[in-house]
Design a protein around this ligand. Structure first.
Ligand code: PGA
Ligand code: ZN
Length: 420
């Protein structure tokens, strides 16, 4: 029995210093679950609606009091005495009634959905990942997700740096989670030395990755990563590979259908941009390319995926803004062969159930899942790690430093210890 007795919610601060929602669900048994939601800086247009107050007198309009009022006045009365994750999520989806949760706010709905999951898991005496695995009938996986770690960030996550948003290292091979974490941090330290040698700043951006000014090409960070992997004593492409998240929607000029690579003073159409990317294929040990094209440039995605394949690129094309953790959009990506992997963000979907359903569909269609943190408004909550473990995600994507990011890796290492 995990019936809801009380729901509370409040503003707390997310990583960027603006509010997010923390919800507390109390069950009739007296068991309590708490959770907070994350949101992005380079959010896609198809994500569940992030309800902000818009009241410029508070937090520059970024308060979440209206969404919190929706939890207290609209959601809580309907959920009293209710139980079961799928039931709770369904009730909230119906109560909202819109396609993108714009009536109650995706942030309001998700906070309650996550807090309920925590409460119900602890009521059942289970770890969160175990509970999720059980209620969604997920297969048991004997492998933990590997880290995909943002090492250099630009785009909207930093100031005056690369057009591409993220340069990442992705673990390869069969190391334990804690060994993967150690390796990534050793490479991070090696990268710090390289940047210093190059006269570049070692200040960090939104996601705890380096965000130096003055990099003059979008390719340069990949050279640094390969060198850092070697300097730390590892073999590029064997121990660790390279991933990129271009977040290309952010530098796409929709009206003129042109990608504006500001730091290289180049304006490229889709075909030219694809050729520009493909020139990197043989030079770097790629694991994945994410959002290399805009979410408003669907028709070019299948071309990119196909060109990667026929060029011998043995890595994944990940959709993030394109699919927004939405099963309908994922289905379209599958049908049109637009991608081969999907980024998973709880707040894009807006409920735990929809997030897991999206992961299930991905797996059933041989798409990789990469469960991800958010840029600007990450919370300290580690829920995403339990989701990644429960669904057997190939990777979790997160920044290397800052408390809200290392919390994810620390959770992963604790889960590994639990599983021993
Ligand atoms: P965001 O960035 O959270 O700012 O959208 C992360 C990503 O694009 O993967
Ligand atoms: Zn992305």
């Amino acid at each position: 029995m995990a019936k809801i007795k009380k729901i509370e919610a409040r503003e707390i601060l997310a990583s960027g210093g603006a509010p997010t929602i923390e919800a507390t669900v109390t069950l009739e048994t007296g068991i309590v679950g708490e959770a907070s939601v994350s949101y992005g800086a380079s959010a896609g247009s198809k994500e569940a609606f992030l309800m902000l107050d818009g009241d410029k007198a508070r937090y520059n309009g970024k308060g979440m009091l209206n969404a919190i009022e929706n939890i207290k006045d609209v959601i809580a009365p309907v959920l009293m005495g209710q139980e079961g994750q799928q039931n709770i999520d369904k009730l909230m989806i119906e109560l909202d009634g819109t396609e993108n949760k714009s009536k109650l706010g995706g942030n309001a709905i998700l906070a309650v959905s996550m807090a309920y999951a925590r409460a119900a898991a602890s009521d059942a005496g289970k770890q969160l990942y175990e509970y999720l695995g059980e209620i969604y009938s997920l297969d048991k996986f004997n492998k933990l997700p590997k880290p995909m770690v943002v090492m250099i960030e630009g785009g909207k996550h930093a100031d005056q740096t690369t057009d591409l948003q993220e340069y990442l290292i992705s673990s390869l091979g069969n190391r334990s989670a804690s060994e993967n974490v150690r390796v990534q941090m050793e490479i991070y330290e090696a990268l710090k030395k390289i940047l210093k040698r190059e006269g570049l700043s070692i200040n960090v951006g939104n996601e705890g990755a380096f965000a130096p000014n003055g990099i003059t090409s979008n390719e340069k960070p990949m050279e640094y990563l390969v060198e850092a992997i070697k300097n730390a004593g590892y073999i590029p492409g064997v121990d660790v590979g390279i991933s990129i998240d271009a977040a290309a929607s952010e530098f796409y000029d929709l009206r003129n259908k042109i990608y504006d690579l500001r730091i290289e003073q180049r304006k490229l159409n889709s075909e030219e941009l694809i050729n520009y990317y493909l020139s990197w294929i043989d030079k770097y040990p790629f694991v994945s390319w994410e959002d290399m094209l805009s979410e408003f440039d669907w028709e070019s995605w299948p071309t990119l995926s196909n060109r990667v394949k026929i060029s011998g690129g043995n890595f994944k094309v990940i959709a993030d803004d394109l699919t927004a953790t939405n099963t309908k959009l994922l289905q379209r990506a599958i049908d049109e062969k637009a991608a081969t992997a999907i980024l998973i963000k709880l707040n894009q979907a807006g409920t735990v159930t929809e997030t897991i359903e999206c992961c299930k569909k991905a797996r059933a269609n041989n798409f990789w899942t990469v469960v991800s943190h958010r840029g600007g408004g990450e919370s300290n909550d580690t829920f995403m790690v339990d989701v990644a473990v429960a669904v057997g995600s190939e990777y979790i994507k997160c920044g290397p430093t800052r408390g809200e990011r290392v919390a994810k890796y620390n959770r992963l290492m604790r889960i590994e210890e639990n599983l021993k």
